[in-house]
Write a protein that binds this ligand. Structure first.
Ligand code: ATP
Ligand code: MG
Length: 328
């Protein structure tokens, strides 16, 4: 297993100027500016193997974008080390640029005034992509991302979803081994999100591209990432397999049952290992431990309160799992 991204005790501190309130008299103006140090990323360490897709998640301001900027070489860390595709990002930025693709959902690397196709051709020259490779990569991206209808439109006239697809194509022209995506689906509609997710899955599967993905859309994670790294206030608070995490944290399932008539429930429910979540008219929701009861057990127990018309079971959502980690 080859390590593609390695971060060791990576930290980034920023100086932030603040205004102090409440100073009086002659002191004002002399002392009303102060600076404080913000530790955006605090001794972060992790390894990402070739061909992995890792979700890098955490609340606003947690340090995700700052980490990615250090790993692309845009920012130099205050301390710590990193290697990406064999290079130290901030001191070998140009060499690294040939090995990585970067998409920041909030920014574009395309030229606003040029038609998309010309932006892509310009990038071909910037990255010195041989004609044959360019044609192949361009054709694949144009087909899978359905770029055809807006290739000749100036970038500034593209919709957000179109621009994002253009940016993705642009990030891949030079066959990068590693792809960083900072909120690639932000602001997109469901169809566009799905399209981009499927494209990324394809890229990872077919070309073995290693992907580090930041997102607030947990459906991105659900679809793409087997492993998540959770960062909060600059610290990594979790790093591991998503399925195992779900088994460990989410031990409860929920069943929703519709009775023919509003049932009268009693404390026998609790005794049998169920927890009443709510009841509105004919509809009852109960929670139960996966390790203790099966769904048929629960259904059988509920049948004693009346005849049942319909039922459904919900597995714990990824939201509830992430919430659990944030709280802890
Ligand atoms: N250039 C900068 N100067 C000063 N502070 C900064 C700078 N860039 C980031 N920060 C601070 O560092 C912290 C981490 O910011 P960062 O952008 O990495 O968060 P994030 O996890 O990407 O958040 P979001 O989910 O909102 O994108 C924040 O407190 C932010 O204000
Ligand atoms: Mg960010």
């Amino acid at each position: 297993m080859t390590t593609q991204i390695q971060a060791r005790d990576l930290s980034k501190r920023f100086e932030r100027h603040t205004r102090r309130a409440g100073m009086v008299g002659a002191m004002r103006g002399l002392f009303d500016r102060a600076s404080e140090t913000v530790t955006a990323v605090d001794a972060v360490s992790f390894d990402v193997a070739r061909g992995e897709i890792v979700g890098y998640i955490g609340p606003n301001g947690a340090g995700k974008s700052t980490t990615i900027k250090m790993l692309t070489g845009v920012l130099t860390p205050s301390s710590g080390e990193a290697t990406v595709a064999g290079f130290t990002p901030w001191s070998e930025r140009r060499k690294l640029a040939q090995q990585i693709g970067v998409v920041f959902g909030q920014r574009t690397q395309l030229w606003w005034d040029l038609p998309l196709i010309e932006s892509l051709e310009l990038l071909q020259h910037v990255y010195r992509v041989p004609e044959q490779r360019f044609r192949e990569n361009f054709t694949m991206a144009a087909e899978l991302l359905e770029l055809g209808s807006f290739l000749n439109t100036p970038v500034r006239q593209l919709s957000l979803g179109q621009r994002m697809r253009g940016d993705l194509a642009a990030a891949l022209l030079h066959d990068p081994q590693v792809l960083y995506l900072d909120e690639p689906t932000i602001g997109l509609d469901l169809v566009a999100k799905t399209n981009i997710r499927e494209f990324l899955a394809h890229l990872n599967r077919e070309a073995g591209v290693t992907i580090l993905l930041t997102t607030h859309d947990l459906a991105d994670i659900e679809r793409l990432c087997k492993r998540i790294i959770v960062i909060d206030h600059g610290h990594i608070v979790h790093d591991g397999d998503l399925a195992r995490l779900r088994d460990k944290i989410a031990t409860e399932r929920t069943m929703t049952v519709d009775f023919d008539d509003p049932p009268t429930l009693d404390d026998q429910l609790e005794t049998r290992g169920m927890r009443l979540l709510d009841q509105t008219g004919q509809r009852v929701r109960v929670a139960f431990e996966r390790s203790r009861l099966t769904a048929p057990d629960v259904l059988t127990a509920l049948t004693e309160y009346g005849s049942i018309r319909d039922m459904s079971i919900e597995e714990p959502s990824i939201e509830s799992i992430i919430q659990h980690i944030y709280k802890a």
